[in-house]
Ligand binder design. Sequence first.
Ligand code: PLP
Length: 358
Amino acid sequence: MAESVIDIQVKKTTSSKLNQVDWENLPFGRVFSDHMLVMDYKDGKWHTPEVLPFGDLQLHPATSAIHYGQSIFEGLKAYRNENGEVVIFRPDMNAKRFRASCQRMCMADVPEELFLQCVQKIVAIDKEWIPKKKGYSLYIRPFLFATDDYIGIKPSDSYKFMIFTCPVGAYYSEPLSVKIEEKFTRAVEGGVGRAKTAGNYAASLYPAKLGKEEGFHQLVWTDAKEHKYIEESGTMNIMFVIDGKLITPSETSDTILPGITKRSVVELAQSWGMTVEERKVTVEEIIDSAKSGKLSEAFGAGTAATIAPINSIGFRGEMYNLPSVETREFSNKVHAHLDAIKAGTVEDEFNWITKVSL
Ligand SMILES: *Cc1c(COP(=O)(O)O)cnc(C)c1O
């Protein structure tokens, strides 16, 4: 890894919370490491990033992000591999996607190299917070929000970029039951579904709550116009194995978040000689292949859960059950392979791993 070229100020905590953590039972997203990184955009430029003790922010009540939603985020993970090194999975992809989200939401964009240096710095500072237990990791949450204290509607002139980290365990504890949603939508053509922006998640809460009341863990979003094409599941990309082929909705439209986990699954499958189809996927095709038994696997792909097996799909009041998780050759193999790349026990043939210099 190149030496840090960017000046980052560090003010360390004098009261670490490390010994208060129950390392055997880490809930997702409720335990926060000792430090956070803060970098302000003002007067047309980024100012020196600072690492500070984790703590509250003080905000003006008119802070524009709160009112008008110029707010974006990323999610990635750091791991301690079998050699004791600290590694991050494909952070360059998060840096690129963060910039794309900045541009779509009309926000000051964070140069990729600056983003990467900040991510590595905060991970290096809180490296003791990376859990050692298998399947656990350090979740990294970079985010950016508009900070003008002004209630007129315009792109903010000032922004705050921050990163904090959370030691985390498993995201889902069981295979998912999902419902194909035909009324509500997550994203529309011409909208902001491709950006990792805060409002997309707020908009999904109400339909997800209705789905939960019917007993589903997650919704499968369909296109806004006809509710005919499958898009994503919850906050994950969705992938299927039908007749031995890996099939996933293509992300060429602006309604699907271009996921790094999905991209990695596609690239591994192709390298193993599997046929991969990234194209429009109709609800009809999925239901028909579930009925005929050709749908052998379905799963969500995302950083938080990596591979989240789907074991039943609800559609118009009917439930379609999939083969049991143990029989799923492809998803089990790809999940294990991704874990092994992160653990450093197989060759990182695509150069997906960034080692953090400590
Ligand atoms: C973050 C996210 C994903 C998954 O992306 P990864 O890069 O694999 O973590 C998929 N869909 C939505 C809506 C997301 O926010």
